[in-house]
Write a protein that binds this ligand. Structure first.
Ligand code: F6R
Length: 240
């Protein structure tokens, strides 16, 4: 794992944008695996600024997101489909048909997981962006998830529900289940970029990068990927 430590979140976002833009410029039809959450917001803002200033072309880019809450429709303000549209896709001119995400409202969850797995097979990702859960999760693969897992429905760990509650009016509104890309598909991406910011991620960063490779720390599997870069700010990297 290549490790880049930045002085703060601003520099982390700038470095992450460099990596992402290199992929997009090298192949205007690249497939970008994308993440939601707070961490990539600075990166997304940099991509939007670059698109405005330099006109980087996203008209043929395709995207595949990591996860979606089960039970939320795509136009729900807290759905990840809505988050991506609002924070990235609309500003870059990425059309809905260029994007992919699990359908939180799918009637048959098993069928939806199989559909997403088949789609990811047809759409190999050039880069997979990840954030890191404070408990070491990647996407919604919580501690204990088998490394060989495909897309599946998870019941979120209580710590994840608490972490995500800040985005909802009330913790009771946080969905308890989600669809998530599996660890197997995350590892299939050609390149992985994982971002971590803030002292509350320091323990997870240490275990991911320097600890034992174990299913108890899902992100530790990234030590086995041939092209994985971690960008962490000083606060998140303080235990390395
Ligand atoms: C988001 C995702 C999650 C987050 C992680 C960190 O699509 O899959 O694994 O990346 O929970 O979230 P933030 O960035 O909000 O700290």
């Amino acid at each position: 794992m290549k490790i880049i430590i930045t002085k703060d979140y601003e520099e982390l976002s700038a470095k992450a944008a460099e990596v992402m833009l290199q992929v997009v410029k090298q192949d205007p039809q690249a497939v970008l695996g994308l993440a939601t959450g707070t961490t990539p917001l600075g990166l997304y803002a940099k991509m939007l600024a670059d698109h405005k200033e330099n006109g980087t072309d996203y008209s043929r880019i395709r995207t595949a997101n990591l996860d979606e809450y089960k039970g939320l429709p795509k136009d729900h303000e807290q759905s990840y489909a809505y988050f991506m549209k609002k924070n990235l896709f609309d500003g870059l001119g990425i059309r809905p048909e260029q994007t992919n995400i699990e359908n939180g409202m799918a009637k048959d969850a098993q069928e939806e997981c199989a559909r997403y797995d088949a789609l990811l097979e047809r759409l190999p990702r050039d880069i997979q962006l990840l954030g890191l859960g404070s408990n070491g999760h990647i996407a919604f693969n919580e501690p204990g998830t088998p490394f060989g897992s495909g897309t599946h429905v998870v019941t979120l760990a209580e710590s994840t529900v608490k972490d995500n509650a800040r985005l909802f009016k009330d913790i009771a509104e946080v969905p308890r289940q989600a669809f998530t890309m599996g660890i197997r598909q995350i590892m299939q991406a050609k390149k992985i970029l994982i971002l971590a910011s803030g002292a509350n991620k320091a323990d997870a960063v240490y275990k991911m990068a320097k600890g034992e490779v174990t299913e108890q720390v899902p992100a530790s599997v990234l030590q086995l990927h041939p092209d994985c870069t971690l960008i962490a700010d000083e606060a998140a990297a303080c235990r390395l």
